[in-house]
Design a protein around this ligand. Structure first.
Ligand SMILES: CC(C)(COP(=O)(O)OP(=O)(O)OC[C@H]1O[C@@H](n2cnc3c(N)ncnc32)[C@H](O)[C@@H]1OP(=O)(O)O)[C@@H](O)C(=O)NCCC(=O)NCCS
Length: 182
């Protein structure tokens, strides 16, 4: 896994953040509820994955799959009759992966009060070719100060994800070498 395109690959022209930024909106109904009567977290997560997938496909110009979803935060309960807006954009790109940042907003479907933030998440998508193998993506070109902050924060998360995976793999290898069978 690398953070830069290799010399062997042709350079792909960059794409601005705004070219793939997407909002998916949905009115919550009774079929979306959990046993408490509020909207099921899994319903929100599917919308988040759908919106992020649309952004990843638009940015990479082809198929892209969810590699991971982390820091999914539910800040406020979502209710039947809420009009939910799932706003997604590319925060960062690597060679074949993209971090998509998602903000979930909710407003009453029949009132004109402003929407409030009810959730957020970060997803990593990998662009894949027809065989499901990772393919290179265009570098994202942040356009605003907010885009640039999100890019920098995404790099921090990327560094932590790689470090965590490496540390866990090394621990497992060490335990296996010590004879543990777990
Ligand atoms: C995601 C997938 C394509 C990665 O394939 P792979 O053979 O492990 O390829 P790599 O290790 O080169 O990873 C490709 C890129 O994804 C990133 N990546 C892979 N797994 C990751 C994870 N768990 N978290 C974050 N990033 C990840 C790598 O860092 C790499 O990024 P880079 O090219 O920008 O450096 C593969 O694991 C896959 O197809 N998974 C199933 C995806 C799917 O079906 N999603 C829907 C789930 S319901």
């Amino acid at each position: 896994m690398t953070d830069q395109a290799t010399d062997a690959e042709p350079e792909i022209p960059g794409k601005p953040t705004s070219a793939s930024r997407t909002t998916l909106s949905h009115i919550m109904t009774h079929s979306d509820t959990n046993l408490l009567g509020t909207v099921h977290g899994g319903v929100i997560m599917k919308l988040v994955d759908d919106a992020a997938g649309a952004v990843a496909g638009r940015h990479s110009g082809g198929p892209a799959v969810t590699a991971s979803m982390d820091e999914m935060a539910f800040l406020e309960p979502v209710r039947v009759g809420d009009l939910v807006h799932v706003k997604a954009q590319v925060n960062w790109t690597g060679r074949s992966s993209m971090e998509i940042g998602v903000r979930v907003m909710a407003e009453r479907w029949n009132e004109s009060a402003p929407a409030t933030q009810v959730g957020s998440a970060y997803l990593v998508f990998a662009a894949v070719d027809a065989d499901g193998k990772p393919r290179a993506v265009p570098p994202v070109l942040p356009e605003t100060d907010r885009d640039r902050r999100r890019y920098q924060e995404a790099q921090i998360r990327r560094t932590h994800r790689l470090a965590r995976r490496r540390a866990i793999r090394e621990l497992r290898e060490q335990r296996a070498a010590e004879g543990f069978l777990d």
